[in-house]
Design a binder for this molecule. Structure first.
Ligand code: SF4
Ligand code: SF4
Length: 618
């Protein structure tokens, strides 16, 4: 016999709370807000997961039982009540979320007594809320599947099917931990977010919502709550819970994004702005008419949050001083260990986040010639720069008709050489000549293949459909033919590093690719560069505060040669990351290019000093 669905009829404002997660301080803050707004306990609804990551499972359950009138069962309650082996969140096997959740689940299960378990077991999986003449199904995940993740970016058709299954005018869901409100074919999907964990928006705030019947519809207010997150985090550390989640309370960033769709991953760290929106229920026949073309109106947050954060315009102007008048950090070149050649920006593909904006049409940096490269190799010898390594990057270096000759010349002069390639068709067309080079120079050549992620979906999200298999084939060919190899991936999806390295390790083992995924030298994971993101300026004082040395960044030991379209000769620039910015152009010879570099670009902060990137093979 299915349990009857409890019905809650209200005429005043209703507070919706998602996931208290055992975070006692945050739950107290939410309830204090309800008291301030004069919302009584019988008008507070919780979408479940009263316990999870936080340190105070028992106290939070006691508080919620006493002060929240209506609680639906979350998967955490279902799992604890059933003495299940894990939280049942539905995290992917082997993911960081799964690993981290094991620790808090065991802890919470120990903390809770039989009485709390019985309360959890008796919670309804659904409560219907009647407000403003409409009926909304309050659930945890999906209508029938308690741990179904429904995000803002989840397809409208999926949400429509869930709403139809509920038989209501809309759904109030929880589980995913991120707040949003949408009209699906005019009907409501609302998620209040979570009280127990920040919304992965780079702030310490947690979220709840207030629904008020108004003018024939419902005013929905997404409210951000400040609370004593430091005390909550300290409690988690004392309890021996995963440090990663304690840190998340301070940073506002989730330690892992394993369960997130790509849109939500890209919005990680972009602060949400509290807002009051209005939902007007559609007439029933209007819903029926719209059934074929499923629509989604994003009432809150609206549109592409990832594009909302822009660089503050007064930053990175003065090479000597930051916007606040503090001396800017500089880097002095210690020794030219690596000289890079940008062979030209043309590429066989156009990746979404290519930092140099390469594509089959971008020739802002034109092809270097064999003679131009040779002239700089001569200068290395005549100036005695002590350079040991030559790097080639593009675009795709193998598109340059002189590339194999440049490669041969560099190796023949005794340099170690690093080639950055996507290992696709341009490289594969040169297989015979590459084998000759490997036979002659062996391990002095390293091929670093850009494989953005170990899954086709994420690699192709960045690089375009059909790009994963050709790159993997190229990598497998290089491995079978004993080339010295490295792989470059990206960390833009917010995976934690150990999970990402483990994913690559599985792929390498499956295809017998001799790359050690645990080695940061062999598997280089680059942070994403978002050209619009606001970043701090690096001052002299930052080195000490961050425990970094100017000698660690690329421009302390590298330079790059580029040739701009329309120029009659190549020039030297400070590093591989700033090929276009004229402020980082250092002259036409290596001798002139040793001067100190002011860290006067967002890439200096985001990519080098805070992100820790280096292009070198060593
Ligand atoms: S393969 Fe490399 S150079 Fe080409 S577009 Fe992609 S990131 Fe840019
Ligand atoms: S981007 Fe990095 S390597 Fe380039 S100039 Fe700035 S700090 Fe130096």
């Amino acid at each position: 016999m299915p349990r009857p669905i409890p019905l809650l009829r209200v005429d005043g404002p209703v507070m919706v709370l998602g996931g208290p997660y055992g975070n006692l301080e945050a739950t107290r803050a939410a309830l204090a807000e309800a008291a301030r707004l004069k919302i009584s306990s019988d008008r507070i609804v919780c979408t479940g997961d009263v316990v999870a990551y936080g340190a105070d499972a028992a106290a939070t359950v006691a508080l919620v039982r006493g002060a929240v009138g209506h609680v639906v069962m979350g998967n955490c309650e279902a799992s604890i009540a059933a003495a299940a082996p894990d939280c049942g969140c539905g995290f992917p096997a082997g993911s960081s979320c799964e690993r981290l959740s094991a620790a808090w689940f065991a802890y919470a299960a120990r903390e809770l007594d039989e009485d709390a378990r019985c309360w959890m077991a008796a919670l309804p999986p659904r409560i219907d809320l009647e407000i403003a003449g409409v009926r909304l199904a309050v659930i945890h995940g999906g209508v029938d599947v308690i741990n179904r993740f429904v995000f803002a970016s989840t397809a409208a058709a999926t949400k429509r099917a869930e709403i139809e299954r509920s038989g209501c005018d809309g759904v109030i869901g929880g589980h995913c931990g991120l707040p949003f409100t949408q009209a699906i074919d005019g009907r409501l999907w609302h998620n209040a977010g979570a009280v127990g964990l920040p919304a992965n928006d780079g702030t310490t705030r947690v979220w709840c919502s207030i629904l008020t019947a108004e003018a024939g519809g419902i005013a929905i207010e997404h409210r951000a709550l400040e609370y004593d997150w430091a005390a909550a985090a300290a409690g988690m550390r004392r309890a021996g819970l995963p440090q990663e989640y304690a840190a998340a309370l301070a940073t506002g960033l989730w330690p892992s994004c394993d369960v997130l769709p790509l849109k939500e991953i890209r919005e990680r760290g972009v602060p949400l702005v509290p807002e009051r929106v209005f939902w007007l229920p559609p007439a029933r026949d209007a819903v029926r008419k719209r059934r074929r073309a499923c629509t989604r109106d994003e009432l809150w947050p609206r549109g592409e949050r990832a594009a909302q954060l822009r660089l503050a315009p007064h930053k990175f102007r003065d090479p000597q001083l930051t916007a606040t008048g503090v001396p800017r950090a500089h880097v002095t070149m210690e020794r030219l260990t690596t000289l890079w050649f940008n062979t030209g920006t043309l590429c066989n593909i156009a990746c979404r986040n290519c930092y140099i904006e390469s594509s089959p049409r971008n020739d802002r940096l034109v092809y270097l010639t064999r003679g131009e490269v040779a002239a700089f190799l001569d200068e290395i010898e005549s100036a005695g720069t002590g350079t040991q390594e030559i790097g080639f990057t593009g675009g795709e270096p193998f598109m340059n008709p002189d590339f194999i000759a440049m490669l041969h010349d560099s190796l023949a002069r005794g340099f170690r050489v690093l080639v950055l390639t996507n290992a696709m068709r341009p490289m594969q067309r040169a297989k015979a000549r590459l084998l000759d080079i490997r036979n002659k120079f062996g391990n002095r050549l390293t091929m670093r293949v850009s494989l953005d992620h170990f899954t086709p979906e994420r690699h192709e999200d960045e690089r375009g459909p059909g790009t994963f298999r050709p790159t993997l084939d190229g990598l497998i060919w290089l491995a079978r033919n004993s080339f010295r190899l490295a792989v470059a991936g990206r960390t833009m999806w917010g995976d934690d590093e150990s999970a990402e390295r483990a994913g690559y390790a599985r792929l390498f083992a499956e295809h017998a690719i001799a790359v050690d995924a645990a080695s940061p030298r062999e598997l280089v994971l680059f942070p994403e560069i978002d050209p619009g993101a606001d970043v701090p300026e690096i001052t002299d004082a930052c080195w000490g505060l961050l425990g970094k040395s100017p000698a660690d960044v690329m421009c302390a030991s590298s330079r790059m040669i580029v040739k701009r379209k329309g120029s009659d000769r190549p020039v030297v620039v400070a590093c591989t990351l700033l090929p276009y910015d004229p402020r980082f152009e250092l002259g036409v010879s290596l001798r002139a290019a040793t001067r100190t570099v002011a860290l006067n670009h967002p890439n200096c902060a985001k990519f080098c000093v805070l992100g820790g990137a280096s292009c070198s093979a060593r």
